[in-house]
Structure formats: structure tokens, C-alpha cells
Ligand binder design. Sequence first.
Ligand code: BGC
Length: 723
Amino acid sequence: MRLGLVLVAALCGLGAARAETPDQRAKALMAKLTLGQELALLHGNFALRAYDAAYGLPPAPPVPGALGSAGYVAGIPALGIPALQEVDGGLGVSVPPDAQDGHGSTPLPSGLALAAGFDPAMAYAAGAMMGREAFERGFNVLLAGGVNLTRDPRGGRNYEYLGEDPLLAGTLDGALIRGVQDQHVLATLKHFAMNDQETNRQFDNAVIGEAAFRESDGLAFEIALETGHPMAVMCAYNQVNGQYACASHHLLDDVLKRDWGFTGFVMSDWGAVHSALDINAGLDQESGEEFDPVTYFSTPLAVALSQGKVARARVDDAVRRILRAELTVGLMDHPPVRAPIDFAADGAVAEQEEAQGLVLLKNTGLLPLSPTVRRIAVIGGYANAGVMSGGGSSDVVPKTLPQLLPVVQMGEGLAGIYTRAILDPDAPLAEIERQAPGAEVRYDPGLYPSQAARLAKWADVAVVFAPKWETESQDVPDLSLPAGEDALIAAVAAANPRTVVVLETGNPVLMPWLPKVGGVVEAWYPGAEGGKAIARALFGRIDPSGHLPMSFPASTDELPRPVVPGQDAAPGQITPVDYNIEGAEVGYRWFAARHLPVLFPFGFGLSYTSFRFSHLRLGPGLGVSFDVCNTGKVAGATVAQLYLTARNGVAMARLAGFARVALAPGETRHVSLTLDPRVLADFDVAADDWALPGGTYRFGLGDSAADLTEGSAAHLRAQRVAP
Ligand code: BGC
């Protein structure tokens, strides 16, 4: 009894201490810091020594205290301020194999697979899985949370991000960030802003009007910020309207901190700082100082302070923001605890994400394959070895760094950095064999179309795997499949029309052979268990129920910029990228406004079953409801998409709401959504606010931007949308 009382008293004591807010605790810590200690918290290292040479950095000893990842900011142990151990990335924990157990971590599929699932719960699970693995590896910051919109389908990092629509991308990114931070690991919303192409990325000047920015890329960041509450934001390499993003008072102070109420800290991208005075624009921390000519936020910042060019209050504010972020996410109260990664559980998350993200683009009835099929030809794409992943800082070394992990030289990155492709070692071939135990399965690497065609002729069905590697630091020159894959597919399909193509790409591709094949599945970069997910979908064990998060154009001629700007720029040459051409009309909105044909529209995706949408009701207010029924014979899922199609008689195309719905055959689900007024409104620059014009709003409901089967209209009153 007595012991019980003592315990209660102790717990109450603990409770009282913890009742202090992060701000109060940050204030108490600040009172103990010297200026020198404050400045030390404002800059950090690139600590991946193994990659120095690849980045052109001089050899250097390991950074004391650092775990050896992309970023490290020393802490102040005497005050309980932890070091920031920062690890990439958005698709899993991107770090060399663990020194203790020799294991890597779990690669998630491409962000596009996540986006194709249209499922915030899946995004949360993916974030939580990455956050957990980071924590178990000893990291407390995950440089994850990329939400740049796909403005160019040749963009080298599109595969990391979440597609071309701000509502979809922002909603999923917010859920992913929550998943990360719930593990007491700081997430990093990035790359703010307009880092929408890789070509010449450090010297692009993204030119865009304020309203167009707020309604497109800005809206994606805004939604992710308010739904995910990331406590760090990474500013981008490029300029925006003539000002480097990390030195943009407008972006960092006016928009991010004032208008959006961001209370965390802004860290620079690695090598994106240009002066100690960038702190005056709202930049709080210089990352990867080895990439800058000097460590600006060290001595040069101290000098600027002494000369009165930087106010002490600004430095204090930057430090307070960092401490507040650490305290809010729990970095001090819940330091990382090293533990073995549960690869089976985490692989299941990766597999589910891929299963939901597989997009069935064409099916003449060939799919799902019958388990009784006798002769199967599996062709190309390293399907005997694994599945493709994208390159750059988000690339993940999988669990077993096998001696035989195929690493393929795929050409020079623009900066000469990223020149290898990792195949995640879950071979589709092995799982195809498991799915069809009675069949004879033969593999051909697809190097010679004539030889592959001979095998296809022998087979009842041919499955061709077609990967296209993409990477950070370079865009691809066009939308074709590389390395003769188009010719390979054409030859195989000519030999046997019962051909299925499985694309492993990080962007849309053209498909000159499309009319000749029986099926096409877009598998993106499939992740740790990708081979299993693909094979199970091919045999109908799961419904490939993803829908495209980006339009597949019919040609590059129809893009806002048929040629990627800056391709021939001299090193260091500032190159304008005119985003005012499309403004906020990104992706499907551009194609709709110009009545341009596409190969496959945004939102498109077939299924092994069929669905009917009905009873679309608008109101009260911004409420919407409808029914979805599975009218087919097997269980499956669809993505119901509601688009604003006209406002006061003016045609528009804006995704206004979505719901992923999984249904048993014959089952009906009633779906209710509340629309975000900003996707219906315009950004009013003069008022620095959103304005929803009064009048008639027409909506369409369907399963792609181009197939709206239900329509309805509502009258809305003019209103301001509170930020
Ligand atoms: C990338 C960031 C990444 C950082 C650290 C930069 O080059 O743009 O996304 O987090 O490197 O690796």
C-alpha cells in the first residue's frame, strides 16, 4: 500500500514535469545556451564517408559521433540535446548495411505505387514502417516527405514523389509524415519548392505566378503540412522567381512560416546554401556543409552577427525552432533504441503497398492467367534476379546485401554521382513458378528479340518485364523504354499475341506495341516483395487495383515544355524554367484544358471485377456522398474519384475528392466525403487568401479523369476560405 502511494506520487511528479509544453522546455534550454553552442546547432555534416569520392569530395575521416548517414548535427549532451542523426529517404531507410548485423533495410515500392493506391491509411503504414526501421537503426531524423508535383513526365525524381495532383499528393504525404513522426523520428517535408525537374537542378530558376503556385505545388505542401505536421522542411536547390529557395524570404517566412503557421525548422538541401545571410530569409539550419564552399552558418554567421547584418533574435528563433521540433516529436524523451528489424512484417507492408499500386492498363481477357496454363515464357527485365529500383539518395540497400546482388551500370548521372541500379532481390520468375506449379516456366533474358520471340512462340503465354531506371540528378531524355525493350516487346507480341507486359518504370512511357499485346501492368519500382506482388496479381490472387497518379502522355510534343529546359546549360548557368506555361493546370488539367489526347488518363486503372457508381449527392455544404457497387464476380477494389468539371459554366478539371473502396462481389458501400474548399477555389493574391466564387459547381464521379459516369451540380455561396 505504502509502495503504491510512493509510486503514484512519483508518477504525478513525472506528469507535472512532462506537462510543460515543447515551447516552455525549449525556452528553458535556450536560457542555458551560449552563442557558440547555438551556432553549433545550426549546421551539420554529410557523414556518408563511403560516398565522398562519388560526390567529388576530398577524402576525410569519419565524423565523430555520426552513424555514417547523409546528415549529422552534433548535439549538446550536457544539456540533453541529442545529435541529429539524419538518414534518407522516402522509400525506406537509405544507408549502407548495418555494421552490427550486416543487414540493409526494407525498400518500399516507388512513391508512385503508393500514390496509385490512393490510400492514406497505406501511406501512414508506409511512413510508420520507415520511421520504425530508422529508429531501430539509431536514427532520429528521416529525410522523407517529398511532395514535388510531376510537372514533367521525364523528371528523374518523380518516382520518389506522389504524382501530379496536389490533393492526392498532399494528403498521402501528410499521412506518411504522421506515420514517421509517430515513431519519434522527425520527418522532412521536401523539396520546398518547385524542384520539379532534375536537369540543372542547382541552377534552375522556376518562374511561376503566386496564384498558380499556391493552387498547385504550394497546395500539395500546404496540405501535407497541415495534415502531417512535419517538424522539418527542406528547402530546395533551385531558384524560385529569381531567388534561391533557401534564401527566399517570400517562400520561407511569408508563405511557410507566416501563412501556413509552420512552427518547426527549415533545413537546407545538401549544398543549397549560398550565404550566411540566408538565415535572414528564414533558413534555420545548414545541412551537409561539406557541399558548400564554406560552412556559412558557422564563422561567417558569427561575423555577420557581430556586424549587425543578422539579428541575435533571428539566431535564437532558429535554435528555438530546432529544439521545439525535437521536443514535439519526442527526440529527447524517446531516443532511438537499436533493435533488429522485423523484415517479415516490414516486407508485408511493402508488398501490400505494391499490390494496391499495381495499375492494370490493358487486359483483353488474358489476365488473370489461369493456374492451369502449361507453358509460360518469362522474358527480360532481370526477372530471374529481382525488380528495378530508382537511383539517388532514396535508394535502399535491401536486407541481404547478397554477394550476387546485381548492380547494373546504367550510364553517367549528370553530376557523375548516381551510376548504378540496385535490383531488389525478389525475383518475379520464382514467384511465377510458385503460382503455376504444374506449368513449365522458361526464362529468356531478352537480349536478342529473335531468340525471345522463339521462346514466346513455344509458350501459351509470354510475360515480358520492361524496366526503365530513373535517378536523382538527371531527367530522362524521352518517354521511350530504353535498351531496345520496345523492339523486344514488339517481336514477342508478333510471335505470340498472348503477351503480357509488366512495366517497372518511374514515369510514364510510350507504348508503340500497345495494340499488339494482351495485357499491360504498370508495376512502378516494386520494392522488397515486388516479385511476389506482381506474380500474385498476374494469377488473380490479388486484384491489381491501382489507378494512375499521373497522366501518361501520347507524346512529348503535347507537354507544356516539349524539351526539358537547361539540358545544354553551361555549369552554373542560371536557366529559367517557365512554369507559367501551365500555371496551376498541371498534368491532367493541362491535357483537359487543351483537349489533348493522352495514352492513359490520370486516375485510370482496370480491375478483374467491375464497379458501378450511383446516387451522387452534393451537400449540405461541402459534403458529398455516393454508392459504389462491385458488379463483378470477384473481390476487388476501385478508386472513386470526384472531379470539379465546371464552375459557373466554365469547364474545369480538378480532383476534388477520392476514396479507395474494396468490395466483395455484389457488395455496395455508401461513401461520404467532405471536400476541401481550396480545390474548388482560387487563390486571391491581393487578399493573400482563398476565394470561392458563388455560383453553380458541376461535379463528375468516375474511375478516371476521363471517365465520369455520374454527374451532379450544386449551388455554393461565395466565401473566403480561412487559411
Ligand atoms: C537530395 C535530398 C537528400 C540529401 C541528403 C540531396 O542531394 O536532394 O533529397 O535528402 O541530398 O542525401
